[in-house]
Design a binder for this molecule. Structure first.
Ligand SMILES: Nc1ncnc2c1ncn2[C@@H]1O[C@H](COP(=O)(O)OP(=O)(O)O)[C@@H](O)[C@H]1O
Ligand SMILES: [Mg+2]
Length: 385
């Protein structure tokens, strides 16, 4: 692969070499002139031909100036594919148009965007730079997603940074969130099992790779397709932590009241992956009973109730199926040392499914081939409110 630098009197050709941590450009592999590190400090811009919309060049800042590297569109697309998600691009305009705004909250907003060349639709998560810790949240989310590849974890596509905001391009999941689903549907055991199994598989994969999510909740579980529970993904990795790295910002807020493990309120406690299991237990409880495990009339009240949460028989008695009751009890155990792991929870779920183990529940769970109940269109319902 080669590219061209255009000068006033002459053009100069260079070879492009893709390495593990950098892209090198030079007259030969021994005579490298430009090194582009593949990290989030590298900003790349793209030049597009206004008439035919084809890529013409990529640009990078070298010794304080933008330098352009011209090449054939196919070469540029290959270079781009190699850089996607590893470096930061400057502007979305050459590649995408906005279709819709899906969601906006305090920290970020999500836009639906469409690729100009193949009309594929993606989600764009944007964070304004004025928001406290936005850079850390952005870098954390991207660095984590770069390392994780699993069927139950959202896929990162590309990363952008403009003067005033960060943007993360993600695959678009059109089936709504588990939160939206729980507002309108009562799930049956078969559906609950499919959902919990997938959440735990995603979590187990993260934990095995040394990451703890820290904000597992129904809002952060999305379905690929509306009304189908067989493909779900975990999203929102802004506050995910690598377990072997020390926390930098002690005053940064982690988790969501209602799903936080009791130890998250103890200042001196060293965080462990078990906080995600507590959150999964709270989700499982909610799916089984239709009630939230920890409630409050306001966010503050929920937070206070979360702080003083203790597992008790009255809470657990709302779960009618004894197998699930035992599992939830093990997942919401206050002491993280005694709380089960994702792997153990997965094994437990599989045990529940063995026919000889228990009566009707197991038979229901075995009937996975039964069509899953169709659920209403959340977006329409939400718009009606
Ligand atoms: N890839 C996606 N596809 C569809 N909707 C998404 C996607 N990512 C996020 N959303 C929607 O936007 C909301 C907020 O996104 P999230 O990553 O959780 O940001 P925040 O950190 O602000 O909570 C999600 O709850 C979901 O409804
Ligand atoms: Mg979220």
């Amino acid at each position: 692969m080669y590219c061209v630098r255009k000068h006033l009197l002459f053009d100069k050709s260079y070879f492009i070499y893709n390495n593990q941590d950098s892209i090198n450009i030079g007259e030969s592999s021994q005579k490298i002139k430009y090194v582009i590190p593949l990290n989030l400090h590298t900003i790349i811009d793209w030049k597009v031909n206004e008439e035919n919309q084809k890529l013409e060049a990529f640009a990078l800042i070298w010794k304080g100036e933008w330098r352009f590297f011209y090449a054939d569109q196919n070469v540029l697309l290959r270079v781009k594919e190699y850089m996607d998600g590893k470096v930061v691009y400057k502007s979305l305009d050459p590649f995408y148009t906005t279709i819709d705004k899906i969601e906006a909250n305090q920290l970020s907003s999500i836009r639906l965007i469409q690729r100009k060349d193949n009309q594929q639709v993606f989600a764009c998560k944007e964070m304004k730079k004025v928001i406290k810790y936005s850079q850390q949240l952005f870098q954390n989310e991207v660095e984590t997603l770069k390392q994780l590849s699993h069927k139950n974890i959202i896929t990162l596509i590309e990363v952008y940074e403009s003067d005033y905001q960060y943007s993360i391009i993600l695959e678009y999941l059109k089936g709504g969130s588990l939160n939206q689903c729980l507002r309108y549907c009562k799930l049956n055991n078969c559906e609950i099992d499919i959902i919990m199994q997938q959440i735990l598989e995603g979590i187990n994969y993260m934990h095995t790779n040394g990451y703890v999510h820290r904000d597992i909740k129904p809002d952060n579980i999305l379905f690929n397709d509306l009304g189908q529970f067989s493909h779900l993904k975990i999203i929102d990795f802004g506050i995910t932590q690598k377990l072997d790295i020390q926390e930098k910002n002690k005053d940064m807020k982690f988790g969501t009241p209602g799903y936080m493990a009791p130890e998250m309120f103890i200042q001196s406690y060293k965080i462990s992956e078990k906080v995600d299991i507590f959150a999964c237990g709270a989700i499982l409880y909610q799916m089984l009973t239709g009630f939230k495990l920890i409630i409050g009339n306001t966010q503050k009240e929920t937070m206070e109730n979360n702080k003083i949460f203790t597992k008790n028989d009255q809470i657990l008695s709302k779960i009618k199926q004894s197998d699930y009751k035992n599992l939830v009890a093990l997942m919401i155990e206050e002491d993280p040392q005694k709380r089960i792991s994702a792997k153990q929870a997965l094994n437990y779920l599989n045990l529940i499914k063995i026919p000889s183990h228990a009566g009707s529940l197991s038979i229901q769970l075995m009937n996975h081939h039964e069509p899953v109940q169709q659920i209403p269109n959340f977006n329409k319902l939400i718009n009606k409110q």
